[in-house]
Design a protein around this ligand. Structure first.
Ligand code: ZN
Length: 310
């Protein structure tokens, strides 16, 4: 895949959102001047024609009056160079539904209804937590591991981040991932650490689109983070040069899981717990497009490889 960007029809430099999120076909799109931008909008803006309070819904969140104007993507960020000054933002008439917090409150009441039926669990969790699993998953809204794997309260200690990645052990970093792994392994004493990747992962698509010389830098934070897994993308590009970009991404989504597991092995306390048989490492892959979930376990022989490398 020579010089292919995450958003294949436009320069990453001209985009202030990555990865491009397909705009729902049923929604009215806005013309932003490039074919990619026309189909991949940074914000979904809708409004109710009948709402006298001028409430508007931006990416599913209802805002009113002046707040809406403040959040207008062009007002806030300025028009990207690819956008014509005359390009209008289409406003789609639709019903403004419940306020965002009402949706959350309704959801909580539904959860609570079932949760409080199990008083033994409620009392147990009030005292402590002893989850058997630590799960490291992507922050993608479509792949919540507790929902997908039907895990209830107290069953899994979960770390979610961009691309379900794990930075290697450095010993002195202020790292969310490192502290979460330390807490899960040493204090909660989880028995299984599971890293789960998923299909259509935007982080992996962006990773696969990064040029070797990084000339297409596109973000302040995301790019440096996802480059944690550059060995995975390099490996896939090298082994599957002739594959379609989407196939390469799928392979990298799985290779990225292995890279995260490999990095988990760089943490001394992880290796110690594995050596003593108190901890096992597993990889997982959730294909939400084809409704499939696969899993595998880390061969203990890998540990000796890590020890030789270090
Ligand atoms: Zn993802």
């Amino acid at each position: 895949m020579a010089a292919r960007s995450a958003c294949q029809n436009s320069s990453l430099l001209n985009s202030f959102t990555l990865p491009c999120v397909p705009f729902p076909a049923s929604s009215t799109s806005v013309s932003f001047g490039s074919s990619c931008r026309a189909n991949h909008l940074p914000l979904h803006v809708t409004a109710s024609a009948s709402d006298s309070r001028k409430a508007m819904k931006v990416d599913g969140t209802v805002f009113k009056d002046r707040t809406v104007l403040d959040l207008n993507p062009l007002a806030k960020h300025g028009a990207p160079s690819s956008v014509s000054a005359a390009a209008p933002i289409s406003v789609v008439a639709t019903e403004v539904e419940t306020l965002p917090l009402d949706r959350l409150k309704t959801g909580y009441l539904k959860f609570k209804e079932n949760y409080i039926k199990n008083q033994a669990l409620v009392k147990s969790l009030a005292e402590t937590q002893t989850p058997p699993y630590m799960i490291i998953a992507c922050a993608d809204s479509r792949v919540d591991p507790c929902t997908v794997l039907s895990l209830g309260p107290g069953e899994a200690f979960v770390l979610r981040n961009i691309g379900n990645m794990v930075p290697p052990y450095t010993g002195n970093s202020c790292s969310s991932a490192a502290s979460a792994i330390e807490y899960a392994v040493l204090h909660l004493k989880v028995k299984h650490l599971v890293v789960i990747g998923h299909s259509r992962c935007g982080a992996i698509k962006a990773l696969m689109g990064i040029e070797e010389d990084r000339s297409n830098r596109f973000s302040e934070f995301i790019e440096d983070w996802i480059l944690i897994s550059k060995t995975a993308s390099k490996k896939v590009k090298s082994l599957h040069q002739s594959a379609e970009f989407s196939d390469q991404c799928t392979k990298c989504e799985k290779e990225n899981v292995n890279n995260a597991l490999w990095n988990c092995l760089s943490y001394p306390f992880v290796r110690e717990k594995m050596s003593s048989g108190e901890l096992t490492l597993h990889g997982g892959y959730y294909d939400f497009v084809n409704n499939a979930f696969e899993s595998w376990s880390v061969d203990l022989a890998l540990m000796s490889k890590v020890e030789k490398v270090q």
